[in-house]
Every structure is written in structure tokens, then in C-alpha cells.
Design a protein around this ligand. Sequence first.
Ligand code: ADP
Length: 208
Amino acid sequence: MTAATTHARFLIVGPQGSGKGTQGVVVASAFGIPQVATGDIFRANVAGGTELGKRVQAIIEAGDLVPDELTSELVRDRLSQPDAASGFLLDGYPRNRGQVADLDAFLGSRGEQLDAVIELAVPRAESIARLRQRAIEQGRTDDTEEVISNRLAIYERETAPILDDYRARDLVVRIDGVGSLDEVTARIFEALAVRGFAAAHPGTPATA
Ligand code: ADP
């Protein structure tokens, strides 16, 4: 490992249906860092019937955003666990400017900052087509037509602007998200390598 890879604090951002969840798992495993996906954490809590799950269930089913305070606290707790000490891959957080400020404050208090923001760029029509397919295959309760368009609208209104902020900090690596899973994975590893982040196990298959 080179000095530059002693820590890897990444964020992956992309519209619903961009494949960020799938790619996130591959990248995290290749770098040996935990993938912290807020949507997965919320869904696990809903499925498990926890107090948190009860608080967020209706919000998630409508495709709305869980309040920042609650989400940021959840992420701070997760990132405080020992396995996230030298790196993590955030997926789905931050997704608005308030959450960016919360994350900056938290990382700043630890003398840390994000190292790279992976933007998975996928045209809207492609994104919608993939979500329709996923709805048929997986039947996620928030994958109905109406909820999908709400989630995409929130993405465009609240999440896309945070990419401008991260671009101004020169953190964004923009990846063309159209192609096979393996092709997109290869693009991500290549772009991260250019920035000095070489994965220990980049061969991890996308199907893992
Ligand atoms: P997607 O990005 O495809 O909508 P996710 O799995 O990332 O799916 O998130 C599912 C849901 O969980 C969101 O629609 C939202 O209700 C909630 N959620 C996830 N991350 C956040 C976040 N950072 N802030 C607020 N709500 C969130």
C-alpha cells in the first residue's frame, strides 16, 4: 500500500437506479472499508420493527427524506465504530446541503475529511428504466412509479447541488454509469487510482 491509501474516506453519489449501491459494495470490499448505506440501515430497522424503524417507515415509503438530525446522528454513530476509523464508503449520505454541513462538522472534529466523491452519472431515462426493472425483480415498497418520481425529484433538487459544492473542493470523480457492472467498476478503480487511491483487491467481482 502507498501512503495515499492508508485512509480512504469515500462518498458515492448518483441518482436512484444509477447502481451506486452495487458499485459501493464492490469498492468498499476492494478497499477493505465498511460500506455505510443509510437507506440499507433504515430498511433493516423497518424490517426489524425497531423504534427507529417505526419512526421512519412512513417517510421511506413515501420516498421523502428522513429528517437531517436523525440521519446525521445515525451516521455519526456508525462512523464512530472502530471499523470506520481509517476509511469508509458512504452511500446515500449526505444527500442535501444540511447533511453536508453535519458531515463536515463531524469529520472536522476528528481532523478528517472526505478523500473523494464518486459521482455515478446516469441519464434520467436510463435511471427510470432500471428502477422499473428492479421493481419487478425485487418489489421494494418504495419502487412504485409515484414514489420513484418523488425520489428522483428530490435527488435533482437537493442532492445534485451538493455535487457542485464537492466539485468546488476538487473532490469529485465523475464516472459514466452506463455500461455493464464490471465496466463501470473498472472505470471507478481507474479514476480512484489516478487520484492516488489504489485498491488492495480491485479484482473483487461485481457479483460478490
Ligand atoms: P434511493 O437512493 O434509491 O432512493 P436509498 O436506499 O439510498 O434509496 O434510500 C431509501 C430511503 O431512505 C430514501 O428514500 C429516504 O427515505 C431514506 N434515506 C436514505 N438516506 C437518507 C438520507 N441521507 N437522508 C434522509 N433520508 C434518507
